[in-house]
Design a protein around this ligand. Structure first.
Ligand SMILES: [Zn+2]
Length: 113
């Protein structure tokens, strides 16, 4: 379960990373809770998620509920970015829709465990 959750976080990590604009970020997109600019930045939520769930975060040591919450957040995030008329999440074969279905199954499995 843990490994499946951790590997499911790989895809949204790249989506979130691409959506955060690096040009004017003084921290190279790593959230700094000491900096008031980070707390008022339009990418605060994305950046904070990224910083808590990136490759260097100690995901192996985190409670499973944390990982599921992180996955749920990213699922909502990714699904909001899907252009609905062109993608039927239930059937579409693109990477985003396929990941989205897989993430839903994982979350469901955790809730029913
Ligand atoms: Zn799709």
């Amino acid at each position: 379960m843990r490994d499946a959750l951790i590997s499911a976080l790989t895809y949204p990590r790249s989506v979130v990373r691409e959506s955060v604009l690096p040009e004017d970020c003084p921290h190279n997109r790593s959230f700094d809770c000491e900096d008031h600019r980070c707390l008022t930045c339009e990418f605060e939520v994305e950046c904070l998620w990224l910083c808590r769930n990136d490759e260097f975060a100690a995901l192996q040591l985190r409670p499973l509920t944390d990982l599921v919450d992180a996955l749920e957040f990213s699922l909502g995030y990714v699904q909001r970015r899907i252009d609905e008329p062109r993608h039927n999440i239930a059937k579409c074969g693109c990477a985003t829709c396929a990941w989205s279905r897989q993430a839903e199954v994982l979350i469901e499995a955790f809730r029913n465990a």
